[in-house]
Design a protein around this ligand. Sequence first.
Ligand SMILES: NC(=O)C1=CN([C@@H]2O[C@H](COP(=O)(O)OP(=O)(O)OC[C@H]3O[C@@H](n4cnc5c(N)ncnc54)[C@H](OP(=O)(O)O)[C@@H]3O)[C@@H](O)[C@H]2O)C=CC1
Ligand SMILES: O=C(O)C(=O)Cc1ccc(O)cc1
Length: 448
Amino acid sequence: MFRTNVSPNDPAEEHPTIGLIGMGAMGAMYAKHLSNAGWKKISVCDIPAKFESLKLQYADVPGITVHQDGHAVSRISDFIMYSVEAEYIDRVVSQYGPSTKVGAIVSGQTSVKAPEKDAFEKYLPPDVHIVSLHSLHGPTVSPEGQPLVLIQHRAPDSSLHLVENIFRCFGSRFVYLTYEDHDLVTANVQAVTHAAFLTMGTAWASQRAYPWEQGQYVGGIETVKVNIMLRIYANKWHVYAGLAILNPFARIQIDQYASSATALFKLMLAGDEQGLRTRVYDAREQVFGTVKTERAPIFLTEDVLDQFTIGGHPKLNGSPTTSSAPPSNSHLALLAMVDCWAHLKIQPFDHLDLAATPIFRMWIGVAEYLFRSPNRLDSAVRSAVYDVTHRSDDLEFVIAARGWSQCVSFGSLELYKRRFLETASFFESRFEEASAIGSEMIKAISQS
Ligand SMILES: NC(=O)C1=CN([C@@H]2O[C@H](COP(=O)(O)OP(=O)(O)OC[C@H]3O[C@@H](n4cnc5c(N)ncnc54)[C@H](OP(=O)(O)O)[C@@H]3O)[C@@H](O)[C@H]2O)C=CC1
Ligand SMILES: O=C(O)C(=O)Cc1ccc(O)cc1
């Protein structure tokens, strides 16, 4: 029998059997890192239709055995992780949960935990333990140094310790939360951040223009906006739909984001510079007022970010529109973000050390870059009120923000999927380039 402080590197030790149900992007990422670390008994499955192709794919991968379905995995595994779509978790756990080995530990990778918790409580036998997980990064980001949430829900400390030992090889930072706190924190960190980028993408796609080809969204902050937007639309729609629609806290946050964008846009239309400035500076005070000035800013310099511009380095390309500082912009997406945090009383910097995803870290970094400098902020406010060249983009932005918020409030995964895929299809030809560049940018920011 294995010990709970078992390590994969001790040849004399009996290893626990690690079961992975769902071998999509995250399941495959977990399998790769567990195998590389030397775990010898990793049992995996996806839907039965993928059994043969998975067997071929993993034929030569050390430690991994592919099984026909979740019954086969559940019966023999000491630790089991469900890594399936949040909308299917109830059905999949109802199917395989009753086959769980006596005394095993069950876990899930879903980005929203309310449905997972319900499913585990409903269908898992009372003699198994629940310690859930959530890696707060996408499958192409190295887990090293990233937060890995651990939820000790129905389990003794010894089960938590076994899970910690299994995943110590990821080099992630363990973050201990309850199921409920997890959903609140991820609504604050992820759902509302995604709403901003989904909105940017829909607004640009509605204009039928690739923003980086228009000269207005190139360099510095704009590079981050474009790269992250593309990264999100290149990922699976169900990941974002699940964490927005099935998380009971997310709806409120996303609705506030749309309301903030609308209210700021109305001040712009009214030409109310003073009203806009007061609102923006009030939000600045609430969100950044208490941040210690000695804390090093997250944001990289404009020059460093310029290297990650889609379509090539703007200065090396000698593009006339980008040879100096990026053109001024109302930065409605960012003004709305900080206004939204202020209205919801979210202190984004408190989440940085706890449970920040790479995308959130970058988003808060650019918000800080804009809001810490009165010069930049004043320039955005003046641009918003007097420079009408942004108006059509800002109008599309407000419409898109309202559309996403309404879609989430209707609670329809199907509607969300249609909106997401329609925008994604406009940008699809650029995903490959964006994903390589985006990964480099995340690496640079993580290391800075
Ligand atoms: N991608 C990301 O950035 C992150 C995702 N997550 C979460 O991890 C989970 C998985 O996401 P991800 O890997 O990206 O999604 P994928 O769609 O890539 O993977 C999910 C896999 O589960 C399979 N599946 C569905 N039903 C069953 C079943 N009955 N038995 C076995 N396998 C089944 C799916 O098959 P099929 O395609 O046929 O349905 C698919 O291969 C989600 O809950 C997501 O929210 C967490 C962190 C990051
Ligand atoms: O970093 C982000 O916000 C991403 O978009 C990647 C992601 C998606 C879903 C998760 O549950 C965790 C990370």
